[in-house]
Ligand binder design. Sequence first.
Ligand code: ARG
Length: 458
Amino acid sequence: SSNQMWGGRFASGPAAIMEEINASIGFDKKLYAQDIRGSKAHATMLAHQGIISAEDKDKILHGLDTILSEIESGQFVFSRKLEDIHMNVEARLAELIGSAAGRLHTARSRNDQVALDFRLWVKEELQKTEAALSALIAAFLDRAEEHAETVMPGFTHLQTAQPVTFGHHCMAYVEMFGRDRQRVRHAIEHLDESPIGAAALAGTGYNIDRHMTAAALGFREPTRNSIDTVSDRDFALEFLSIASICATHLSRLAEEIVIWSTPQFGFIRLSDAFSTGSSIMPQKKNPDAAELVRAKTGRINGSLIALLTVMKGLPLAYSKDMQEDKEQVFDAAESLELAIAAMTGMVTDMTIRTDKMKAAAGSGYSTATDLADWLVREAGLPFRDAHHVTGNAVAMAEKKGCDLAELSLEELQGINAAITADVYNVLTVEASVASRKSFGGTAPSEVRKQIAWWRERN
Ligand code: ARG
């Protein structure tokens, strides 16, 4: 049988394989609430403008409400023959209210309809992401405050570099997720224009009011160019880009959690709630949640590349290629939501092993820079000379198998005569972090300022 929506010029229906490749209802049914909201706003506007009668509008609104409850109660029967969510809803509307249903699609095309539905969906998802990131930031702020004085090794090249505080390290992630949240907010602003009324691509001859539908649907204003409106998937690409960058941050954190929770590092203990055991090795406690967060990043990045590749080279305006936008965004959104939530749980629950962190912070000659700085400040050496002298001290300590602070004053003076007993004050990890009071530095006093700054903004 030929299609009830465009059967006029078709003698036969689609091949089975055509139906299969063409249908999107399997995934775009997720857009049902947005589709119905959009249709109600459109029908209300059409009646307000005298394009359809008030009676027809009332029937349409009532029918759409019925469909919404049918879908939400699981009674609605989706049909692949009807391709997508838009036609499934409209066909059911015709069953429910008869010929008035046929007036809903006046001054509208599925091209602006799908652009509207998907934008509304992405906007809501961005709002959810913003809230989820705020929760993650809050979890980090609490841990940072608790551990503003906890000393741990800071790394470069994953080699011990200089002592830092765990609070400072936590605040580095607050900065990252704070930027992600800013990107989310900007994306919401960028997409806050209503596509409905662009029609197929050229606009419409009906006297519609696009400002009215924009306001009814919570958009700032209508889009300005009808061709761009139905061709544009920047809002989806932007969501995927933001998701990829955020997932990259989550993945770096996941990797640190994996490393920190090894017996070799032992910086943290994951809660039972966020780890798994081994079916063969009884001693094991595995950081599976962190590993999966790390892996979801690959999936999210894949979605970004997939949609960029779909969109590149598409001529204006709508092409069916664009139907491939939704699964990528839905999948990435689900993965990102899960990853942020799992990370929030892990960060909140993990035990910080301050003793282990502190012991590691003092190993690897992490205060060598402090010795060099002391030589510059107290003995007036140029930094490069001080660096050389300190290098000699490290070599001596390494040969003796001890820490810098365990070298005797005589030994140190043998390397440079200007060294006095005062130097031992800067060789502890506590003194090292406390001295780094430059703006944004790791000193507990600075970290507390950063925490206060973020508390006001979270
Ligand atoms: N299911 C389609 C999509 O997701 C809806 C738009 C169809 N428009 C069209 N002209 N065939 O993109």
